[in-house]
Design a protein around this ligand. Sequence first.
Ligand code: ATP
Length: 365
Amino acid sequence: MSNISNSFRVAVFEGDGIGPEITKPTLKVLETVSRRFEGFDLEFEILPAGAGHYRDTGSALPEESMAKARDADAILLSAIGLPDVRYDDGTEIRPQVDMRFELELFAGVRPVRFFPGANCPLSDPRVEQMDFVLVRESTEGLFAHMHDGKVIDNQSAIETLEITRDTSEKLFDFSFKLAQQRSAQKNRPGKVTCVDKANIFRSFWFFRSIFEERAKLFPDIEADAAYVDAMAMWMVQRPWDFDVLVTENMFGDILSDLGAGLMGSLGLAPSADIGLDHAVFQPCHGSAPDIAGEGIANPLAMILSAGMMLTWLGQKHEMSQMVECGEVVDAAVSRVLSEGKILTRDLGGSAGTDDCVAAVLDALG
Ligand code: ATP
């Protein structure tokens, strides 16, 4: 029997479009793996939020949902947003972005890896060694004042970018610690690369100077820096050379889709938004309304995100079996992809969501 004190409450947002279709099987994977490994229980509570909820009720993220999410041990969030449901000012419904601010989830963690059989667009054989993590600052940068943008007399438009010392220090410390963990796991030296535009903007010069200060606290990890435009090119030319990349919110938004493209599909790209107390785990892709309800969505990014949740909970609560469960989920997905028999359409196959989940459950065994 599991110890009741090791029972973790997970707030679940099924979201819009393909969201519910990929959430249900993900919960099944989590239930299966948690039953297999004794020592912890997961309790799921499905909470309303999203563009569909806004259309029906006028609220994108009800206060009660937010309060329950804040109280939970972790938050699992599927894809949210529908292109035709918008606020009066024309912007899309993105409660997940508001949640990052509310819960101070400053570190957006986006792993980018090579998966055999997953349609990686690069043909250089070294791409098999591609394995880096993009850490996107998620509470400030160009998103800090996203609700205050102005269009003046239909002649000009102004947005404001903000970098603070406090958040940047937390962000860089998080990135260096992540590089230390990866270095220990992979038994190789660790490196953090700060990605910015310090040659042009004072805000990024400030960002870079804080990076250099914090780097001194982690002498075991190599610290490097690159301009974002060059990094976009290097991610295509030699992505295997990077370990941890850390960057501002908007640059991270763009580079994480480039990372997903390198993996072969958005349907394979997981993510975590992590703060000092809370964390949200969510696939990088949107709600894909063009394929919603057809049973063909790739559930793997969501399943990999759920695996990251187990690893994070295990590390936070010093429960090695939970960390191991996260690794088991990850390995099951890798196995399905490398066998290449059950691939969803976005990966060039013809399997449906259910076939893909059945293959993952099989691989867990
Ligand atoms: P957002 O701006 O909300 O991130 P987006 O406009 O980038 O969304 P997505 O909803 O991510 O768009 O979809 C982009 C394309 O990728 C669509 O053609 C969609 O069908 C496809 N896609 C996204 N996620 C998946 C998935 N899990 N499985 C299969 N195809 C997907």
